[in-house]
Design a binder for this molecule. Structure first.
Ligand SMILES: Cc1ncc(COP(=O)(O)O)c(C=O)c1O
Length: 379
């Protein structure tokens, strides 16, 4: 059998090795100079005034929601088609994640559905730039303005994405949270970053990530409740090195997406069609930051059987993403049931993430597509 094709694989080289070694040799492994350097460089990259490095995207979402004032009894309006962390972050503060359905083409939270779900307890909007495609932030900003809501963006999957007005995802001023897990566009192994514009919010977040200690406070005193959500200097050094080659890595991902599009052109249908659906093309000036290549199988094709068939040929794929409201914890806690968000449920039932990483070769893409094509009707 041909060599297995993994789902994801980071692109790391000598620059990363050198950067990490330098920190190891310096002896200052945490709370050192790499943290603020990574923050400065990352903020500049997305055009945000400020940034806070944190230990994960999840930690970033938690701190960002706390910073904008989400607390017990509040509702946070978000997408059911996301990684579970975006909804869980509200639960950490005893707030309730309230879902609204998604747009069938972009797969992002539908602003009209979100508007219909705003209620008296809604405190914040938490749009997710799913699969790196920019959420309709101008619409959410209008909604937030009309109802006095805070915004926290889940940009964990969206480094490199750009809105139609030219602002990078993460550069609009309200807190936006990026994730650096090993499958992301940029990785620090585990890690995250909150970009934002408000210096007081940054001070609050910096303190809460470090056990509630104010910037110039002595070792023994803490003036608020905090967490250990710090990112180490080792991780930040890796992040700085990855940031330096971000354009190269994003271009490589876009190249692989182009290869997939070409190879599947003959079997793909339009975004609203009945056949195999590919990730939507960039629309109206919005630009995706390529993270994953997720297709939706035609109705009637058994997704889980497809995963097994690809695996038998050494090709790793994954159902991605399951609907959050139908996960057992969410069903039990909130009595969610099938039928609440039909677009999300239909998309989630058919979604399949194919192998996708910067170093992927034309031959590997061809192998995946041959194998996938063989599972489709008419093959
Ligand atoms: C949409 C989304 N939100 C949140 C997260 C959580 O990020 P992390 O795994 O870094 O905690 C992820 C990443 O896995 C994600 O894809």
């Amino acid at each position: 059998m041909d060599a297995p094709i993994p789902l994801a694989r980071p692109l790391l080289g000598e620059a990363e090795e050198r950067a990490v070694l330098e920190v190891l040799r310096s002896g200052q492994l945490s709370l050192g100079p790499r943290v603020s350097e990574f923050e400065r460089r990352f903020a500049a990259r997305v055009g945000a005034p400020l940034a806070c490095a944190v230990s994960s995207g999840t930690a970033g979402l938690h701190l960002a929601l706390r910073a904008v004032g989400v607390g017990e009894g509040d509702e946070v309006l978000t997408s059911p088609f996301s990684f579970v962390a975006s909804a869980n972050a509200a639960l950490y503060e005893r707030a309730r994640p309230v879902f609204a359905d998604i747009d069938p083409v972009t797969l992002n939270l539908d602003p009209a559905a979100a508007a219909a779900a705003v209620g008296e307890r809604t405190r914040a909007l938490l749009p997710v730039h799913i699969f790196g495609y920019p959420a309709d932030m101008p619409a959410f900003e209008r909604l937030a303005q009309a109802h006095g809501l805070a915004i926290v963006e889940d940009a964990c999957e969206a480094l490199g994405a750009v809105h139609a007005d030219g602002t990078a995802v993460g550069g609009r001023g309200h807190p936006a949270v990026f994730g650096f897990y090993a499958n992301k566009q940029l990785t620090t192994g585990e890690g995250g970053m909150i970009t934002l514009a408000d210096a007081a919010l940054k001070e609050h977040i910096d303190s809460e990530r470090n056990q509630g200690r104010a910037p110039n406070m002595g070792w023994l005193d803490h003036d608020r409740l905090g967490f250990n959500y710090r990112l180490s200097d080792i991780a930040c050094a890796l992040g700085i090195a990855q940031l330096a080659r971000l354009d190269e890595m994003l271009a490589a991902r876009a190249r692989v997406a182009g290869l997939y599009r070409q190879a599947l052109a003959g079997v793909a249908s339009s975004p609203e069609g009945e056949g195999l659906q590919l990730p939507c093309a960039d629309r109206a000036g919005d630009r995706r930051g390529w993270f994953v290549f997720v297709v939706q199988l035609p109705h009637g094709v058994d997704r889980d059987e497809t995963v097994r068939a690809l695996a038998a040929e050494g090709i790793h794929s994954k159902p991605y993403l399951p609907a959050i409201h139908l996960m057992s914890f969410y069903r039990e806690r909130f009595a969610h049931r099938e039928g609440e968000f039909p677009v999300c449920e239909d998309v989630a039932a058919r979604s399949l993430a194919l192998p996708f990483f910067p170093q992927m070769t034309e031959g590997q893409v061809a192998r995946v597509c041959d194998s996938l094509r063989a599972r489709l009707p008419g093959a």
